[in-house]
Write a protein that binds this ligand. Structure first.
Ligand code: ZN
Length: 317
């Protein structure tokens, strides 16, 4: 079984549990400068697919435009609700200097070159999220401008094309913009292959039609492949795991599963700790898929294994 999206490095002291997990293969995402080092430290473990990427939640800390003062950078990339000028001043004063995103792209390139089994992730767009304060426990009034997020995403999509690796994409409340970014990259790189995984897809199920159009028609296929990955935690809307909630989850996930072709479905835990809970979340989402598709668990597993092999076929070269 392949976990198409997880964050075990969020809890470093659980990493030692990875070798004894039931899940065979874990796409371990990286999200920022600190995290990419942790992912690199487990990159050659047999169960790990190392993923090199920069998460939208941290995009305000990096710049692509040289020569701006920290305050100028922050006031450009932070969008409304902006808070007062005073709050902005206070926020900027509490922050470290922003980092050039080119430094991060170098780290991603190094990882992709060193690990031919590595892919790209997590990257994407997130409209509603709010920046946290320096201690990381309180929300500030600031959001990150979508333009800035798009720039950071575009650079990572280009790496996915350049290196021929899949990319795991995060999208919250800006599904149109995410599709636009991918469409733009394909226009810039005509005829080039690109494999994307829409992780914990939360958009309207009908909207997926637009994504699958990128694959072309049966007669005239493109070299684009769009996989959609579902999780119990996110896709089912954070329904409590305790008690008899399986039916509620099934109700929530079924309309989405109905819109994903059988050969384009992946599953994930999206969990922040390695170990038994991550394994349990994979079993739960497997169960949900089997129920929704009306097949046995073994049948669902066979289908998902086939899809994982296709998704990961860049590793065979
Ligand atoms: Zn994630």
């Amino acid at each position: 079984m392949f976990d198409a999206h997880c964050h075990p490095t969020d809890t470093p002291d659980t990493l030692d549990l990875i070798p004894s997990m039931k899940t065979d293969l874990l796409a371990c995402m990286s999200t920022n400068f600190q995290d990419i080092e942790r992912v690199e430290s487990i990159a050659d473990w047999p169960k790990v697919v190392p993923c090199f990427g920069y998460h939208p939640w941290f995009t305000w800390k990096v710049y692509t435009e040289e020569g701006l003062e920290a305050k100028e950078h922050y006031s450009r990339v932070l969008a409304g609700p902006r808070g007062s000028e005073e709050e902005l001043q206070g926020f900027v004063a509490s922050q470290e200097q922003p980092m050039p995103f080119s430094n991060y792209l170098d780290l991603m390139r190094q990882g992709l070159e060193k690990y031919p089994n590595g892919m790209i992730g997590e990257a994407g767009l997130d409209k509603p999220f709010r920046v946290k304060d320096k201690e990381g426990d309180k929300l500030t009034p600031f959001r990150v401008s979508l333009d800035h997020q798009r720039t950071i995403l575009g650079l990572q999509l280009q790496l996915a094309v350049d290196y021929g690796r899949p990319i795991s994409l995060h999208g919250v409340q800006c599904h149109g913009a995410l599709l636009e970014c991918v469409t733009e990259i394909l226009k810039k790189n005509p005829g080039k292959p690109l494999t994307v995984c829409l992780h914990s897809y939360s958009g309207p199920p009908d909207f997926l039609v637009g994504w699958f159009k990128l694959e072309g028609s049966k007669k005239k296929p493109t070299k684009v492949r769009v996989f959609v990955s579902v999780s119990s935690v996110i896709t089912c809307g954070h329904i409590d795991r305790e008690g008899d909630r399986f039916d509620q989850k099934l109700e929530k996930i079924s309309p989405l599963l109905a819109k994903i072709p059988d050969d384009r479905l992946l599953i994930e835990s999206d969990y922040y700790k390695a170990g038994p809970v991550m394994d349990d979340l994979m079993q739960e989402v497997l169960d949900l898929v089997a129920h929704a598709k009306g097949v046995s668990k073994a049948g669902a597993l066979e289908m998902l294994d086939k899809n994982s092999r296709e998704f990961l076929d860049y590793r065979r070269e």
